[in-house]
Design a protein around this ligand. Sequence first.
Ligand SMILES: [Zn+2]
Length: 187
Amino acid sequence: MSRPAKNPKEFDDIRLALKQIKEHVDNQYYHLIPELPEWCNKDYCFNDNGSDYSINIYKLTCTCQSFIDKTGLYDPRDIRSLCKHIYYKMARTKVMGYLDDLSCLLLKDYMHSPDMSFYSFQLLERNVIIGLAQTPWVNVYTKAKRTKEDVEGNYTKYSYNINQKRWSYNISPYPKNLIIDAINLSR
Ligand SMILES: [Zn+2]
């Protein structure tokens, strides 16, 4: 008589536990929105589907329920504290021009995929941020540079498909192989 196979559930549980441990101890990254110019410090009225909300993009506050529900969960300047009204208001005014390139990229992607988690790595002295959501496409944010010799540009977003093992438009960041290792470590 053969021995019963190990319960597959047990294996899944160990994997889940390892994932949870990893998420708590290592590289999870929380992006804080830098302070905006003083002229942003006023209350704007924002109408969304017939309801009026009062928004202050300097203080990063809104009177909607989604914002209130998240109050106290994160640092007040953490992009996860913001609601879509604050983001829409920022995106529609010249405020975005005062934000650094990394904040603009992360804020936009987080607002479109609120389940996204970010992880940061230092790879060959380069800052690399990885954004994971419920899709095979992983976002990678780092300063544009194709090869070791290339000059660094602005923060740029790259996308890597973990199933197809390929970069979107075949455009990869530097150092690509280490970044793929970091992606595999974060999942
Ligand atoms: Zn709101």
